[in-house]
Design a protein. Structure first.
Ligand code: COA
Length: 151
């Protein structure tokens, strides 16, 4: 929806040709310091197979690294593309409760999902959405970058 576009547009990274023509885009959604998700990665049909998708994905993974987020997940119908970048399939979707509570709960395909869940890095031990199944002591401390004087 338009509201979702407004909410999420800052998550997007764009790939352009040397002359500034749009080639494709992808988004990194941060659930918290424990988990991020690669979403909506797409390259224009005429630009496929020339490296733009890989460039976008690497930029999103660097962004997760810059934020110190160790685990990146995604749901996809083309796992082979993501194998190239260190993602592996996880058979247990319940291991990603944040993703389930954010998107799957309201998805018409909840019980007929044809996407594969993948993760790069460790399976998170904590979740921030849905009923909490973890001890507070397992929560990752949030590190907020702070450059000014603390008051
Ligand atoms: C998937 C997609 C983003 C890939 O973009 P791209 O620019 O064509 O990919 P690249 O040229 O950067 O390819 C990078 C590597 O992945 C491989 N690859 C690309 N598409 C692949 C696919 N569908 N399956 C398996 N491997 C694939 C390439 O061979 C290349 O491998 P190499 O580094 O060994 O040469 C693009 O095909 C696309 O927009 N698809 C439609 C939208 C879609 O399905 N998005 C995924 C939603 S989860």
């Amino acid at each position: 929806s338009y509201a979702e576009v407004c909410e999420n547009v800052r998550d997007f990274t764009v790939a352009e040709s040397e002359s500034g023509v749009f080639l494709g885009c992808g988004a990194l959604h941060l659930y918290g310091p424990h988990l991020a998700e690669v979403r909506s990665i797409v390259v224009k049909p005429e630009a496929k197979g020339q490296g733009a998708g890989g460039r976008i994905l690497r930029a999103l993974l660097e962004e997760a690294d810059d934020h110190g987020v160790p685990s990146v997940c995604l749901f996809t119908r083309i796992p082979d593309f993501f194998f190239h970048f260190g993602f592996r399939i996880t058979m247990d979707r319940a291991a990603l409760p944040d993703k389930i509570y954010k998107d799957c709960q309201n998805c018409p395909r909840l019980h007929a999902c044809d996407e594969v869940a993948m993760v790069r890095g460790p399976i998170p031990r904590v979740a921030v959405l849905g009923p909490s199944r973890v001890q507070d002591s397992d929560l990752v401390p949030i590190q907020i970058p702070f450059s000014g004087e603390r008051h």
